[in-house]
Write a protein that binds this ligand. Structure first.
Ligand code: ADP
Length: 185
């Protein structure tokens, strides 16, 4: 057994909120502290692990349950797992939390960005289509998003750069004693 303690950092928020961007900045910072980092990005997962699933409540729940299960295994193995998935349902996130917490801490990061701001950014061009009614079941527009009530970390991206948001996450992990100082810092 390694004495290194794994944990899962679970980014939840609307499409375009900034989950992947922040995870991609936080990951290398954690690697500099000598931890093994793994990523489970919702868009990537849907191309293999969850290929064929759609966006009904049932399929969304199946997708999140799969991600939660893999995150729990990686946490058990001592990795720090960065999950970026809309994960719109509170109960389903709670199920993922229960699976992970069998083996290590689950840190929920609410990437809080309004629908209006996400639509302004419209990174993938999806909001324009959703507002035009071309995409059904689009989270925040025509499908629910249940915001976390008590997340471990709450990031408000509209008043920050991605670098500031990532620094806030890293500082919160340090404050919780989950990571040490960067080597050479
Ligand atoms: P998601 O993974 O949540 O769907 P992305 O990370 O793909 O979202 O896109 C978020 C977009 O918002 C990027 O273009 C990013 O540059 C921009 N952005 C602006 N401010 C922030 C911030 N503080 N944190 C994260 N992303 C931000």
């Amino acid at each position: 057994m390694s004495d290194r303690r794994g944990f899962t950092l679970w980014f939840t928020g609307l499409s375009g909120a900034g989950k992947s961007t922040i995870a991609d900045l936080v990951g290398p910072e954690l690697e500099r502290r000598g931890v093994l980092v793994d990523y489970l990005d919702g868009d990537v997962v849907r191309t293999h692990l969850s290929k064929g699933l759609g966006f009904s409540k049932e399929d969304r729940d199946t997708n999140i349950n799969r991600i939660g299960w893999v995150a729990s295994r990686l946490t058990r193995a001592g990795a720090v797992t960065l999950v970026s998935a809309i994960s719109p349902y509170r109960d389903t996130r709670a199920d993922a939390r229960r699976m992970v917490e069998e083996f290590g801490p689950f840190v929920e990061v609410f990437v809080d960005t309004s629908v209006e701001e996400c639509a302004n950014r419209d990174v993938k061009g999806l909001y324009a289509k959703a507002f035009a009614g071309e995409i059904k079941e689009f989270t925040g527009v025509s499908d629910p998003y249940e915001a976390p009530e008590d997340p471990e970390i709450h990031i408000r991206t509209e008043s920050q750069t991605p670098e500031q948001s990532a620094a806030e996450v890293v500082a919160a992990l340090e404050a919780r004693g989950l990571i040490g100082q960067a080597v050479g810092a």
